[in-house]
Design a protein around this ligand. Structure first.
Ligand SMILES: Nc1c(NC[C@H](O)[C@H](O)[C@H](O)CO)[nH]c(=O)[nH]c1=O
Ligand SMILES: CC(=O)[C@@H](O)COP(=O)(O)O
Length: 190
């Protein structure tokens, strides 16, 4: 189902785990900030609506979507959070730069989800034009930031339940994977 056939802002609170004790990091790209601010507001408002105290939501800004990778890495390395949401808006320009930024940030955020124990939620619009971004940041198709917040709560809950049911969960990765230095959180493959 494409976004045009669903409203990104709709969620059923009855299907969402109790989030009042969870802490969330949100890393926001400053590129296309008219859009990213709308996405942030959607995410923040949804977390508050799901009973997350405002003081348990940490926001950092980065210059562009490509920097979301490093920002999220340092967020999860240094802050006590249960999930991180990265927010960006990449809009096609005249050149192939769009392709490389989108692929780079996608792969980078994927790598963080594989290499670390903290879920990182991908709230990065990759649109053909500004209207598509407007439609997905509080416009005709709802707000992808809202969708990302709900995903963050659900993934934080999965992580919490997994640690309860499998307190000594085994490393997932062989050696040689990306090492995130100086992290207070144990890398899965160690
Ligand atoms: N064109 C867009 C960018 N480009 C900037 C890159 O994300 C990055 O900051 C730069 O290459 C320096 O490393 N970023 C967006 O978020 N959105 C765009 O449309
Ligand atoms: C995604 C981008 O970096 C892009 O918007 C930059 O525009 P251009 O390709 O015209 O340089």
């Amino acid at each position: 189902m494409a976004t045009e056939n669903k409203n990104l802002s709709e969620y059923d609170k009855n299907t969402i785990p109790n989030a009042k004790d969870f802490r969330f990091g949100i890393v926001v790209s400053e590129w296309n900030d008219v859009i990213t601010e709308g996405l942030y507001n959607g995410a923040f408002d949804a977390l508050i609506d799901c009973d997350v105290p405002a003081q348990q939501i940490i926001r950092w800004n980065v210059p562009g979507s490509f920097e979301l990778i490093y920002g999220a890495k340092k967020m999860l390395q240094t802050q006590n959070v249960d999930a991180v949401i990265v927010i960006g808006c990449v809009i096609q320009g005249e050149t192939k730069h769009f392709d490389f930024v989108c692929e780079g940030v996608t792969q980078g955020i994927k790598d963080l989800n594989v290499q670390t124990d903290i879920p990182v939620i991908f709230c990065v619009l990759t649109d053909n034009n500004m209207q598509q971004s407007i439609d997905r940041s509080g416009g005709a198709h709802g707000n992808k930031g809202t969708e990302a917040a709900i995903a963050a709560i659900k993934m934080a809950y999965i992580r919490q339940q997994a640690s309860i049911s499998h307190p000594f969960n085994q490393p997932l990765l062989t050696s040689g994977a990306l090492q995130i230095e100086d992290s207070p959180r144990k890398i899965e493959n160690e």
